[in-house]
Design a protein around this ligand. Structure first.
Ligand code: DAT
Ligand code: MG
Length: 150
């Protein structure tokens, strides 16, 4: 089944929103298959955000994501890349719909609380950056058929 990577950014931890944000992802029907608290360094942040290295916001983005502990979460579920993205809301919280994580908790694009992989391909790459295969525990839920028909 499809997998994706979520990062709860330093603002989420500083604002004590880890619980509420994880709850939204769990309530959607996704399964946590890996989870860790870590502090990213410059090398890890630059690798994770390498697609943005030519953008004007790259340096502040790396500075922000390395400014405090983050929570990395591997999630699994049907269409979970798209499900996470629409649960997060638009990149800029000002434009994010109410009812989304960024729309309900955020107000600034530079403090938008959460990262989610934007494609199945990037999810695979990004999961590999944060998790060893042995750290992912898959397909362990007994209630899956009440969330996913097949
Ligand atoms: P997303 O996090 O929704 O996938 P992205 O991959 O385009 O968005 O950008 C990565 C992060 O970079 C984003 O979460 C916040 C920051 N960012 C993006 N566009 C920005 C901008 N125009 N100004 C400032 N920060 C920006
Ligand atoms: Mg992105």
């Amino acid at each position: 089944m499809e997998k994706t990577l979520v990062l709860l950014k330093p603002d989420t931890l500083q604002r004590s929103l880890v619980g509420p944000i994880i709850s939204r992802l769990e309530q959607r029907g996704l399964t946590i298959i890996g989870l860790k608290l870590l502090q990213m360094d410059n090398a890890l942040a630059s690798k994770h955000y390498s697609a943005h290295e030519d953008k004007p916001f790259f340096r502040p983005l790396v500075e922000f994501i390395t400014s405090g502990p983050i929570v990395a979460i591997a999630l699994q579920g049907k269409d979970c890349v798209a499900v996470v993205r629409n649960t997060m809301g638009s990149t800029n919280p000002v434009e994010a719909n109410l009812g989304t994580i960024r729309g309900d908790f955020g107000i600034d694009i530079g403090r938008n609380l959460i990262h989610g992989s934007d494609s199945v391909e990037s999810a695979q790459t990004e999961l590999g950056i944060f998790f060893d295969k042995s750290e992912l525990l898959e397909e362990y839920k007994d209630i899956s058929s009440w969330v996913i028909e097949s």
